[in-house]
Design a protein around this ligand. Structure first.
Ligand code: ADP
Ligand code: MG
Length: 360
């Protein structure tokens, strides 16, 4: 089953994090440029940029490509802080969601590339989630009701990350296993029994998120001892009532309820299972994570094609992630992809993969 796509609004921002002490390889091969021409990210092939002493570069070889540049809507380099990412790329989305349009913001990239740093914040740098909530609560000035939920998708199972939240609007846990995804005729895809917290205080939500993030499933893998292998999904349902002119009685106003949804997703690491050299159960996990990311990429690609006049049916059913976001992608929704890459040559392959994924 698919859905007809009407229009597709997606923006892509790429953030290149600084070199860190723990980067094994200290040669920077990724750079950004945004003055003058279109914002772009340039990646230099380390083998070709830093050839071994004996190795001569054959500039005349037909497949010789030393560097590649990719263009995006926004690019941020190691010197740009999260505040700038928020002001330029994210803030415009807040107005849109308060106007009643569903908005989805993804953090994409390999483990260690800075997704959680951007979304939740780290070491004194405020994250996009907090900045967004502050902006939204400030702008709404009490005129809206906000319902917050925070879940993780792990192995295609939905787990509630606010289970022990002190204040709850609605509690009804569906046993120990994963929560079910249901289709509500009014609200769209819904997670049955998920904890929803009514909130309008930034600090309150952030402490819930910090606690929730601590409950995320983390497994140690060879690629990174703290590899996040789950998708963390923060959803904020916004309910407001608008006064509009009555259609029945002239000169009168009636109240109509308006709802929209903001979804902010810290995706699992995009590295391939094969590259983390896992086996057995973890390989399965890796395959599932990639299935989710692949399904997401396919949906975005299909929406983009449909928008360009191509075939207009989009398959949301391949993963829980795309099913959950069915009413928040495409249609008249807005999507922002915050793609993250590391600067060093050791992550060259993954960086190119990320840029290609984000670029399509
Ligand atoms: P991910 O969530 O993609 O796995 P993290 O956000 O945990 O990656 O980032 C990995 C490490 O890099 C963390 O120690 C984080 O603080 C650091 N880091 C990431 N992005 C930046 C940045 N823009 N500036 C400074 N440090 C960063
Ligand atoms: Mg992370």
């Amino acid at each position: 089953m698919g859905r007809k796509a009407e229009s597709f609004h997606v923006k892509v921002a790429v953030r290149v994090r600084p070199l860190l002490k723990h980067d094994k390889e200290q040669r920077e091969v990724v750079s950004v440029s945004s003055d003058g021409g279109a914002p772009s990210v340039t990646v230099v092939d380390p083998d070709k940029a830093f050839p071994g002493k004996k190795q001569e570069i054959d500039y005349l070889r037909a497949d010789y490509v030393r560097e590649r540049a990719y263009e995006f809507d926004h690019v941020y380099g190691p010197g740009d802080d999260t505040g700038r990412v928020f002001r330029e790329a994210v803030r415009p989305m807040v107005d849109v969601v308060l106007e009643g349009v569903n908005v989805t913001i993804f953090a994409y990239g390999q483990t260690g590339s800075g997704k959680t740093h951007t979304m939740l914040g780290h070491r004194g740098e405020t994250g996009v989630m907090r900045l967004t909530l502050a902006e939204m609560f400030g702008k709404a000035k009490g005129a809206c009701r906000f319902l917050v939920s925070f879940v993780e998708l792990y192995n295609e199972e939905i787990r509630d990350l606010l289970l022990d939240a002190p204040i709850r609007a609605h509690v009804d846990h569906g046993g120990q296993g994963g929560l079910d995804l249901r289709e509500d005729p009014v609200r769209g895809p819904c997670i049955a029994g998920v904890t929803e917290v009514a909130a309008n205080e930034v600090d309150e939500v952030m402490s819930l998120l910090a606690a929730g993030n601590g409950r995320r499933t983390q497994e140690s893998t060879r690629a990174n001892s703290e590899s996040s292998r789950s998708h963390a999904v923060l959803q904020i349902a916004i309910e407001s009532s608008d006064k509009v002119p009555s259609r029945k009685r002239e000169g009168q106003v009636v109240k109509v309820k308006r709802t929209s949804k903001l979804s902010m997703i810290d995706l699992a690491g995009s590295e391939r299972a094969a590259e983390t050299r896992n086996s057995g159960a973890r390989l399965q996990e890796g395959a599932r994570i990639n299935r989710s990311l692949l399904a997401l990429g396919n949906v975005i690609n299909a929406l983009r094609k449909a928008n360009g006049g191509g075939p207009s049916y989009v398959n949301f059913r391949d993963s829980k992630l795309t099913r959950l976001l069915k009413d928040s992608l495409g249609g008249n929704c807005r999507t922002l992809m915050l793609a993250h890459v590391g600067p060093s040559s050791s992550s060259f392959e993954e960086t190119v993969n990320t840029l290609k994924y984000a670029h399509r």
